[in-house]
Write a protein that binds this ligand. Sequence first.
Ligand code: GTP
Ligand code: MG
Length: 355
Amino acid sequence: MKVALLGLFQSGKSTLLASLCSKRVPAVSTTIIEEIVPVPDERIDWLTEQYKPEKKTYATIDCLDLPGFNFTDEHGRTVARRLINQIRTVDLLVLVVRAFENPEIPPYRNTVDPARDLTELRTELLLSDLELVTTRIEKLEKQILKPTKTQPHDKAELALHKKLQETIEAEKPISAAIETEAEREMIKSLGFLTLKPIVVAINIGENQIDKKFDFPGVMDCTAEVITICAKLEYEIAQLDVASRKEFMADLGLTELAAGKFVKSCYKTLGLISFLTTGSDEVRAWPIRQGTVALDAAGKVHSDIKRGFIRAETFAYDDLKKFGDEKALKAAGKIRLEGKDYIVKDGDVINFRFNV
Ligand SMILES: Nc1nc2c(ncn2[C@@H]2O[C@H](COP(=O)(O)OP(=O)(O)OP(=O)(O)O)[C@@H](O)[C@H]2O)c(=O)[nH]1
Ligand SMILES: [Mg+2]
């Protein structure tokens, strides 16, 4: 599962990513950088205290950090367009928008204006999808003239693309036009950007923590808007655990915004975690919502899937309530699930298998 962080230049994308994976912020980069970001999970922390494993492993998501866009000149637009075409296979877009004031960092078009920046980004995504639709229409219009086996399918696809073209010309995202699973399937491989889920991250200054941002009419209501102070989050992420706790307590924080942000991306991607425990490792495994036990077993190891017998399962919340596995067993809270069982978020699973 891949997430792309994109935005105008110097909006704080790299600082945000650095705070998510406790890395140093790279100097300005001209290429896309990929980092693996752990998904904070208090369940893993609690299970680690209980089972004292040799290691603990959080679920992760892959994040791409794009060089900042600059639409103020032709060269900038060309570079941005090339970059945008490289992220057509990602699963989620995060638009990072600057709201912080910082006299040392000259703002885009000389003013800090998150609503304008968001409008420019959105327009660019729409334009790049329009280009893709138009090319596809030209190709299909030629193709349907040939009496091939695919002709009926090509005609249906052409009609769909004409509908998409109208939608984008009315400045609406492609997601607004897709009505059925069959339509979605038909255009899946093209990687339309405005079909992807979008999270808007407003990068606020240290003095704007309580400020609310609202963008009526700019983004469709399905996009989640979160505010985060990337610089502050980055500084906190650099501290050792003890100072971090103290610092957060002083600010009255129980959780970092960066952690909440990653969790919300994870959820938007349709991911949940099942958990495994043992003396060697306590681990969270990312799976899509709706995954059955047999496929979950395959995530851990292909042998476990091949020799699957049963999934010995209990809920993390029950374990916390009852204290330990012995008490859970006595209370009849440990279940033996078959291969078609739909795994739930927070299931602690021990796969029984035989190869
Ligand atoms: N005051 C303040 N400065 C910030 C904040 N976030 C980022 N900055 C500063 O803005 C500058 C740009 O931050 P980056 O994270 O490099 O921005 P970027 O979007 O990755 O930049 P490009 O990749 O060049 O487009 C850095 O000097 C940051 O320290 C913030 O919340 N407050
Ligand atoms: Mg950067």
